[in-house]
Design a protein around this ligand. Structure first.
Ligand code: GLU
Length: 324
């Protein structure tokens, strides 16, 4: 980790856009060990909550059961304790004790209730398409999917009355509208997205019957009173579609969004959970202490000028200086 170079400019945040005493969340997917990118996100999340008198809740996003491993959850809770990051809601010892309202897999009935509401309102439909069948259609039409570019769903099952069975997923009908929001990261500012062109009708339940990230995140943010979403720029494109889904669920004013720069490796690629070198397990084994790791992660996304160590209790003062 010590040789990662800082790519980001100093990160400036628009104080005027932030809710008063915001409720924000740290919401890692439980698919592997935490790495330095998560630490940077956590440093900003806790720091901003502390700087503004807000609250952080810890939500465990374990909706993808095919990638979930119990040892990853245990390691994540241990890593947060080691970093000294204490959530205001969803404490690590509560998760260790069993079922929790902030663990996504313990909220399936709430998600199902929302799906039933959307279906009753005629806003969703069953979809039997696979990625491969969509690809074949697009190739046949002379528009093959491009590597690195999201392929929008073509709406084939919209009017086909696919029956509910194990081989179908569920999609939300998206209108053609443009979504505008102002990001609390000053350098991003006003964002305009058109989800119907980017992703097409949004998948809410996959063919394996699993709730997707998009549904889980929007329903949970609404139900848990989250009014400030802080996350990496890799998810920026999801925000317009999530705002549309939030509206369909009766939340006219979605949460405020703040998308921070990503930590990238020397080749400019974003860090991944399979990249051992910046995994917290490796950093801990190598003898780095929590303040060094937090300070380095904060520096890498532009929260401080030098990679100086910073303890969890110092994050509020650090992020407070980034507010305009
Ligand atoms: N669970 C997502 C992740 O770990 C982040 C969710 C979000 O911030 O919307 O990438």
């Amino acid at each position: 980790m010590l040789d990662l170079q800082r790519q980001a400019q100093p990160l400036r945040l628009s104080a005027r856009l932030l809710p008063e005493r915001p409720v924000t969340r740290f919401a890692p997917s439980i698919t592997g060990r935490l790495h330095l990118g998560h630490v940077a996100n956590a440093a900003l999340t806790w720091g901003l909550a502390r700087a503004t008198g807000g609250a952080v809740l810890l939500r465990l996003e374990d909706h993808d059961r095919s990638r979930f491993r119990p040892e990853h959850e245990t390691a994540l809770l241990d890593d947060l304790d080691w970093l000294g990051l204490v959530p205001d809601r969803g404490r690590t010892d509560e998760f260790r004790a069993g079922a929790h309202e902030l663990r996504q897999s313990d909220r399936r009935s709430a998600h199902d209730a929302v799906l039933a509401e959307l279906a009753d309102a005629g806003l969703t439909y069953r979809c039997a398409c696979t990625r491969a069948s969509l690809r074949r259609r697009l190739e046949a039409a002379g528009h093959p999917p491009q590597p690195g570019v999201e392929t929008p769903y073509d709406g084939r099952c919209r009017d086909r009355a696919v029956t509910v069975d194990a081989e179908s997923g569920c999609r939300l009908r998206l209108s053609d509208e443009e979504v505008t929001f102002e990001d609390a990261a000053v350098d991003l500012g006003q964002q305009v997205q058109r989800p119907s062109e980017q992703c097409g009708d949004l998948l809410l339940v996959d063919r394996a019957g699993q709730v997707t990230y998009q549904l889980g995140v929007v329903v949970d943010d609404r139900d848990q009173g989250v009014d400030l979403v802080i996350r990496g720029r890799d998810i920026l494109d999801s925000t317009g579609r999530q705002l549309l889904l939030a509206r369909a669920l009766g939340r006219d004013r979605g949460p405020v969004h703040l998308h921070h720069p990503l930590i990238v490796d020397d080749g400019g690629r974003k860090l991944s959970k399979s990249d051992g070198a910046t995994g917290l397990d490796v950093l801990r084994e190598r003898g780095h202490d929590a303040a060094t790791v937090l300070g380095r992660a904060a520096w890498l996304i532009g929260l401080q000028e030098e990679p100086e160590p910073v303890r969890a209790e110092g994050l509020g003062a650090l992020v407070g200086k980034c507010l305009d």
